[in-house]
Design a protein around this ligand. Sequence first.
Ligand code: FAD
Length: 401
Amino acid sequence: MAQALTVEVAVIGGGPAGLTAAIALASAGIETALIGPEPSDDRRTTALLASSVAALEALGVWPDCAGQAAPLRTLRIADDTGRLIRAPEVQFEAGEIGLNAFGHNIENRHLLAALIRHAGAIGALTRLDTSADRIEPGAHDVRIDLASGGAVSARLIVAADGRNSICRTAAGIDTDRRTYPQTALTFNLRHTRPHNDTSTEFHTEEGPFTLVPLPGLRSSLVWVAAPRHAERIAKLGPDALSAEIERRSHSILGRIEAEPGHGRFPLASETARCFARDRIALVGEAAHLIPPIGAQGLNLGLRDAACVAELAVEARRRGGDVGAHDVLERYDALRRRDVTNRAFAVDLLNRTLLSDFLPAQSARGLGLYLVGRVGPLRRAAMREGVAPAAWQPRLMRGEVL
Ligand SMILES: Cc1cc2nc3c(=O)[nH]c(=O)nc-3n(C[C@H](O)[C@H](O)[C@H](O)COP(=O)(O)OP(=O)(O)OC[C@H]3O[C@@H](n4cnc5c(N)ncnc54)[C@H](O)[C@@H]3O)c2cc1C
């Protein structure tokens, strides 16, 4: 049998959450292996909230991709349900809470390219361009058998292997899963009118239709629709599709030209019942899958990455074991509240949109009315939207580990 490479931490999965965790750990001097194939070209975009941008700045990654990101300075929510009870339009300005921008929107391919370049330049980080086939937790370390034939042994596994995580299964962690009668379609658009750094979310009876700025006269669109409707939209030719998007967006961006290619994602939410066990800590979609409403998914994933790195670095500096039970217990406790709060809020908003039940529609309308009109509530909602008030890992506050 081939000899195992021994490292302190093995990160499994080279998506954005795994890359960020590996960079954070290795930059702090922890011998780390990043196991996973390079992600394929991903044309989706991610709205990174201000604290995620701060973390990427602290890691030195942001300067390498900031030029491809557009600031989100204004968020608008407009009720386009056409129902009897409609919520008032609400607009939030980043300046009201002292921020230059709520965050930045960037195509995943640019973010991933910057992360990969940065990861390649860190001495303490070994990149293995292969998959993990089998994970075997033991009392003192975890053994990972690689598809390429070798093996790695580590004291801690950071499981960033996405929604079908084999690491989660190896740790015996179950999930709670829910599906929704909705599909998210993603497009990138060119348009003739400027977006003025404003993201506009139209709430429709099938789900949100959200336009998010990209640099120049471009925006991304996440269009949540009933599956049958989504199928019909996805089959439209380029001109009919562009015209339909322009109609749905009430021409606020002028003439629309949809760029070739789109993504299609059935909506589901899934949360691990425990975030860490048997030397395996779950991060990103291995820990939680959240519908793409309100830009929470990867922002949570980056907070997971920052948190697990901080706890491992602390344990290492104390001379302790980075995968010890108390480190994993702390990780679970620190991440659970943030993740369950966000998942609950996204689920609630989505259900009130789908609901034909008048009291649910009234509650959503009243909630948005109060948030729109009552200054302190509004600012508290904006602050909580950007970052959890309770606790934030150091990286998310822009501090290096
Ligand atoms: C339509 C849409 C819009 C979204 N918009 C936003 C947004 O605006 N803001 C936001 O914060 N979030 C957003 N999200 C969520 C965000 O895209 C995800 O949270 C994020 O991509 C998950 O990253 P990850 O690294 O956890 O997982 P992934 O990107 O899925 O990466 C997992 C990686 O693990 C690898 N892997 C799997 N199995 C193995 C194995 N056995 N061995 C080694 N490697 C393995 C895979 O190859 C992959 O590279 C959106 C999601 C969707 C669907």
